[in-house]
Design a protein around this ligand. Structure first.
Ligand SMILES: O=C(O)[C@@H](COP(=O)(O)O)OP(=O)(O)O
Length: 254
């Protein structure tokens, strides 16, 4: 029997998603399409009669603005919003700012796929010479302790810093009976999904989360899924949106 419910959503398309650039901890804004996706996500949740007590989001504006847009659609701008670096996108290291297709030309499709979707292999560490090195340090040092500040992250490392937030903040609030929404990122959410659904490293490699389509988990008393990743969108739209993400490096489906 389901005892708890939580909604998650990857932010609407960002300007860097639109330009097909690896983004990670760079604070890209939403694109016009992303603003519309965020509004549509709010409308879908409104149509399904969702109300929330607390929202959780990263430190990055693409997720923050998606979160605000959803709360606005629900008429719930006044609920508490928790901002945390632990829900940030995985740090894409020195790939930050690189075009995904150009990275394939430079390093090969197989290597880029390993960096994008393998569990344990991080991308190369960001170099000080990277155009976005300084900006990233400034934006995210706000609350990420220096000793934890990454230079790059695999999915495995991402999960290591998102899970404490799940266990120490999300689970206790669910236990208190709070209705929660998490607005975050493709890979920070893939990490949570892998954990909840106990997916293998191979299974998680094949999962590409679409932008701006909320999905629901229903959990039993032990926080095990009774319902997993139920998207508030029709199947064909969700499938096409997932394939679009997979194809960002040039047509690979995984
Ligand atoms: O950092 C990025 O480029 C994307 C994910 O990229 P992929 O892992 O899908 O290449 O993150 P998001 O747009 O969810 O913040």
């Amino acid at each position: 029997m389901a005892k708890y419910e939580i909604v998650m959503v990857r932010h609407g398309e960002s300007q860097w998603n639109q330009q097909n650039l690896f983004c990670g901890w760079f604070d890209a804004d939403l694109s016009e399409a992303g603003i519309a996706e965020a509004a549509a996500a709010g409308q879908a949740l409104k149509n399904a009669n969702y109300k929330f007590d607390v929202a959780h989001t990263s430190l990055l504006q693409r997720a923050n603005k998606t979160c605000s847009s959803i709360l606005e659609a629900l008429g719930q701008q006044d609920i508490p919003i928790n901002y945390t670096w632990r829900l940030n996108e995985r740090h894409y290291g020195d790939l930050t700012g690189q075009n995904k297709k150009e990275a394939v030309e430079k390093f090969g499709a197989e290597q880029v796929q390993i960096w994008r979707r393998s569990f344990a292999t991080p991308p190369p560490a960001i170099l000080e010479a990277n155009n976005y090195f300084e900006t990233i340090q400034k934006v995210t040092f706000r609350s990420c302790p220096r000793r934890e500040f990454p230079a790059c992250e695999s999915l495995e490392l991402t999960i290591k810093r998102t899970l404490p937030y799940w266990n120490d903040v999300i689970v206790p609030q669910l236990k208190e009976g709070k209705k929660l929404i998490i607005a975050a990122h493709g890979n920070s959410l893939r990490g949570i999904v892998k954990y909840l659904d106990n997916m293998t490293e191979e299974q998680i490699m094949g999962l590409n989360l679409p932008t701006g389509i909320p999905f629901v988990y229903e959990l039993d008393e032990n926080f095990k899924p009774v319902v997993s990743m139920k998207f508030l969108g029709d199947e064909a739209t969700v499938k096409a949106a997932m394939e679009k993400v997979a194809a960002q490096t040039g047509g690979a489906k995984k």
